[in-house]
Design a protein around this ligand. Structure first.
Ligand SMILES: [Zn+2]
Length: 301
């Protein structure tokens, strides 16, 4: 009996570190064989299966609060690499535009809402943390000639949040670690000191996300998914999705192949345009929208 318990524990421990749908299938097969051989009883097999399902589900199951606190730490890392742009006018405009688009997304409500911030950098880049912080560089705003094109960039980043790409960048083995720390701390409002402690406790989790987001980039599939999400968001908010194509056309002329910004973390603009399969925006943009864009961001262009 002692041996059997040890076997069960090591079996479950293994499952905790590989939780996924494949594990559930493997568990069913493994427990069926064990029952046939008489190693475990039918009741024990059922209990292992229930336990495995719970483990697999919990790995995917970060709460909105937990995503926010992880996202806040990721945002703090972004701000160690980039300086925020000290420009209230453009920041409040980007926030107004971003909030409007977020309302038209599939995830209009996040634990602490969406926050948009312009970064003081010539790099052509943008980041979205799992908690709803979206950063866009001055260099990327410069690639946008209209509010519609800027909306397309923000909608793409909202798409990454909506599809939970940041959380998915955490290596599966580390999900258990993160959830354990977060569960131990409980849901509460963290002060700066507690947040630092919490960030230190799952530094690897934060670095999984920041390395993917800033250095390596998401998979091409994720990028195309974010573009597809952007098309829906733009359409719902009353913008022409073709604005994304316009922006990508400008970007293809601006980014330097081999650069450390969008050139490195995203598929080429040409590949993204081909995947989108829609045409560039041709319809007139209302004057009020043109004026609003130039008034708020014209000095950056
Ligand atoms: Zn992206």
């Amino acid at each position: 009996m002692k041996k059997l318990t040890l076997q069960m524990i090591s079996f479950l421990a293994l499952l905790i570190f590989c939780g996924c749908a494949a594990v559930e299938t493997a568990t069913t097969v493994a427990t069926d064989i064990a029952v046939q051989r008489g190693t475990i009883t039918k009741e024990q097999a059922a209990s292992i299966r229930t336990g495995t399902t719970a483990v697999s589900r919990s790995l995917e199951d970060f709460t909105p609060e937990q995503e926010y606190y992880i996202g806040r730490s990721v945002g703090a890392v972004v701000l160690t690499k980039y300086k925020a742009l000290n420009d209230a006018k453009v920041n409040s405009y980007v926030n107004l535009l971003g909030q409007t688009l977020a309302l038209a997304s599939d995830t209009p409500e996040l634990f602490a809402g969406y926050h948009f911030l312009v970064l003081d950098s010539d790099d052509i880049n943008a980041f979205a943390t799992p908690g709803g912080h979206i950063f866009i560089t001055r260099g990327l705003i410069r690639c946008c000639r209209t509010e519609d094109e800027l909306a397309a960039v923000l909608a793409h980043e909202i798409g990454h949040i909506q599809m939970r790409h940041g959380i998915n960048a955490i290596q599966k083995a580390r999900m258990a670690e993160a959830l354990t720390v977060l569960a131990r701390e409980g849901v509460k409002t963290y002060g700066d000191e507690e947040l630092i402690k919490l960030s230190n406790s799952f530094g690897d989790v934060i670095s999984d996300i920041t390395t993917t987001m800033i250095k390596n980039g998401y998979s091409r599939t994720y990028e195309y998914q974010a573009d597809a999400a952007a098309v829906n968001i733009l359409r719902r908010a009353g913008y022409q999705p073709g604005a994304l194509v316009n922006m990508l056309q400008v970007m293809s002329r601006q980014i330097k192949p081999g650069g450390s910004d969008f050139a490195k973390t995203h598929p080429s603009p040409q590949a993204r345009i081909a995947e989108l399969g829609i045409s560039a925006q041709t319809a007139q943009i209302p004057n009020i929208r043109k004026d609003r864009f130039i008034k708020a961001a014209g000095h950056l262009l």
